[in-house]
Design a protein around this ligand. Structure first.
Ligand code: ADP
Length: 470
């Protein structure tokens, strides 16, 4: 019971409002006990009597003591209040009820407490009003404090309007508190039910509303939900792509093995061809599996990167030599421009894998008579390496996807022997990221492609050259 945030919020607001109203009611009650309506009426009468007396001050205030006494007694009989005049030394000069009542002393601080309750020497309470006269004397007008039964407070004329206002305020504030609790609680509830539906492909982004913090939570939830969906999609795509990439070579292997088994490949030449296809396709699957393993290790951050100073110029020259026979056969020119390069720290084999992939791609997509240029130089805290070819180039719509897993531009898919698994650039990117580097591409169909790799230069004091993926 009362465990939901919404109810608790509402209850808290309700408690705060009720406590505030209870304090107001208590203060009001104390005020009424101390100033019931009979007191207030008597005080009003005393104030009006005192001001009338002051208006006619000239007529009586300066009278000698005996005459003043007689005069006050007359006023007192007519008006029905006790009147006392004190001299500046607070001594009684005249008291209209000198005979009937016990003496009254002048109240202390009369200027501050011009009206309140006073006790006479016999202990009786009087309501009074005291005012200074022009001649330095003081006029005190008093009536005995009336007895007020405590329950009569309830019939006080102030009780009804104030209690009414209190009830209206309570109802209004409870309604506002209910709205406030809903304002905070509803979006949270929406996040909860959306979380329960996860993972679901149809989960729509939630519309942020409520307080700013809750809106931020909703936005963060939407972002998280989006990332989960993207990750799920990439997992599904991954499985679909792997199956697709394995299906074609497996079908070939199965077909040619069948031909060998049932004797369809009857001649020695046909058997040789079947065996060669099986060998090639098995090799392709082997390479795919190795690539997948590589990717999984790089993804998990468990790829074993051996850090050592790497001479990039030597590495690029070595790769160009490695591809030279292939390039000569395709009549493509490979050149390397890399001098005075600083050392970078990294895994030489992995970096060689990156540039091998890039040069291999360049060779695949560069027609006879083309050129592949490897250039490297230092720029501030990094070294850049450019692999530029004069090949087919990459269509603008494909450009943003070529680093995605299994992505192959359509031309590549239809490219027969050129067909890879679409993992080469992804692996290159992952390896470079593990080295704290980047790779980018500029390309236009018909003009060739330019891949730029950037790697941080190792400064003499730097011991953590490779930012390894955690
Ligand atoms: P693949 O194994 O298919 O070469 P990659 O990841 O290495 O996979 O490359 C992805 C896609 O990028 C290729 O299918 C190709 O369409 C495109 N690509 C890569 N390098 C080049 C290049 N030098 N020239 C033209 N297209 C390229």
């Amino acid at each position: 019971m009362f465990t939901t945030l919404r109810t608790r919020l509402w209850l808290s607001y309700a408690l705060v409002v009720s406590a505030a109203l209870a304090v107001v009611a208590a203060v009001f009650f104390i005020y009424l006990v101390q100033n019931p309506s009979t007191y207030r009426q008597a005080s009003a009468k005393l104030t009006s009597v005192a001001s009338t007396m002051l208006e006619n001050e000239k007529a009586w205030a300066n009278l000698p003591k005996d005459t003043l006494q007689a005069q006050l007694e007359r006023f007192s009989t007519t008006i029905g209040t006790r009147m006392v005049v004190f001299n500046p030394d607070q001594q009684v000069i005249a008291d209209s009820q000198q005979a009937e009542a016990s003496p009254l002393q002048m109240p202390s601080f009369p200027r501050l407490r011009a009206a309140a309750v006073l006790r006479d020497t016999a202990g009786n309470y009087w309501l009074y009003v005291i005012q200074p006269l022009k001649n330095g004397r003081w006029l005190l007008v008093a009536v005995p404090r009336p007895q007020v039964p405590i329950l009569s407070i309830l019939t006080d004329e102030l009780v009804l309007p104030i209690a009414g206002a209190g009830i209206v305020a309570l109802i209004l504030s409870l309604l506002i508190a209910y709205w406030l609790a809903g304002w905070v609680g509803k979006p949270l509830q929406e996040i909860v039910s959306a979380s329960r539906q996860m993972p679901s492909r149809i989960t729509q982004p939630l519309v942020p509303h409520g307080p700013r913090e809750v809106q931020e939570l909703t936005r963060a939830f939407n972002e998280m939900n989006h990332r989960v969906q993207v990750s799920q999609k990439s997992q599904r795509d991954f499985v679909a792509n792997v199956s697709h990439e394995l299906k074609t070579p497996l079908t070939s292997v199965q077909g040619f093995a069948q031909a060998l088994l049932d004797g369809t490949a009857a001649t020695a030449e046909a058997r040789q061809q079947a065996a060669s296809v099986i060998y090639d396709e098995a090799g392709r699957m082997h390479r795919l599996v190795l690539d997948l393993l590589d990717l999984a290790r790089l993804d998990a951050g468990t790829a074993d990167l051996k850090r050592s100073p790497v001479d990039l110029a030597a590495l690029l020259n070595h790769i160009s030599e490695k591809f030279m026979p292939q390039a000569r056969a395709a009549r493509v020119l490979i050149t390397v421009e890399a001098q005075n390069l600083p050392l970078v720290t990294g895994d030489a084999d992995r970096l060689a894998q990156v540039f091998t992939n890039l040069v291999d791609n360049a060779l695949k997509y560069t027609p006879t008579g083309g050129q592949i240029r490897l250039r490297a130089a230092r720029s501030g805290p990094e070294v850049w390496v450019e692999v530029r070819d004069t090949g087919s180039g990459i269509a603008p719509e494909a450009l943003s996807h070529i680093f995605d897993r299994f992505y192959q531009a359509d031309t590549a898919r239809s490219g027969g022997k050129k067909h890879g698994a679409g993992l080469g650039l992804t692996i290159a990117k992952e390896i470079l990221q593990a080295h704290g580097g980047t790779i980018s591409v500029r390309s236009a169909p018909g003009y060739g492609s330019e891949f730029t790799v950037r790697l941080p230069v190792i400064l003499p004091t730097d011991t953590t050259a490779i930012t390894r993926k955690k």
